[in-house]
Design a protein. Structure first.
Length: 152
C-alpha cells in the first residue's frame, strides 16, 4: 500500500475530482494523450514508467479473461469497462513500442484495418462468399498463407 503522504492532489480539492486532462472531444486521442502523460519521465506515473512489455503482459492476459467473463455473465456494463481495460493494455504496449522507436498506435490501427480488409475480400473486393462456414474456411486459408509468408 502506498504511503498516503506520497499521494498529493494538485488541484487543492478532492483528488477524485482533480482532472487535469481536458477532453479534446476525441476520446481516442484523449486515451493516447493520457497514456503519453502517464509515461512522461519526470511528470508521469512512477509505476507506469517502470513497466515493460514483459511486466504488462500478465495484465493484458488478465484483462482478456475478464472480458470473456463479462461476456459469459452477459453483463454489458461490466463488458464495457473490461473492454476499456483491454484497450488500455493495447495502448500501453503501443506507447512503449513508440518510445523504443518500433511503431505507434496509429501504425497498429492501420495494420489492423489493412489485415481485416485483406481477410474480407467478399466485403471489400470482388469475391463472393455465401455462408459463414465458407467464410470461416476462407479465413483459415488466408491465415495459413499469412503464417507461411511470415515464416520465410
Amino acid at each position: 500500500m502506498p504511503d498516503p503522504a506520497e499521494i498529493k492532489s494538485t488541484g487543492g480539492g478532492d483528488p477524485a475530482e482533480d482532472r487535469s486532462l481536458p477532453s479534446s472531444g476525441d476520446p481516442w486521442r484523449d486515451l493516447v494523450t493520457l497514456m503519453a502523460r502517464l509515461r512522461t519521465p519526470g511528470t508521469g506515473c512512477p509505476w507506469d514508467l517502470e513497466q515493460t512489455f514483459e511486466t504488462i503482459a500478465p495484465y493484458t492476459i488478465e484483462e482478456a479473461y475478464e472480458v470473456a467473463d463479462a461476456i459469459q455473465k452477459k453483463d454489458m456494463g461490466e463488458l464495457k469497462g473490461e473492454l476499456g481495460d483491454l484497450l488500455f493494455q493495447s495502448v500501453f504496449h503501443a506507447r512503449m513500442a513508440e518510445e523504443a522507436g518500433h511503431f505507434t498506435i496509429d501504425d497498429v490501427v492501420r495494420s489492423l484495418v489493412d489485415k481485416m480488409v485483406d481477410r474480407h475480400p467478399h466485403v471489400f473486393g470482388d469475391k463472393v462468399i455465401h455462408s459463414a462456414d465458407a467464410q470461416t474456411g476462407a479465413w483459415e486459408v488466408m491465415k495459413a498463407a499469412e503464417r507461411a509468408r511470415k515464416a520465410k
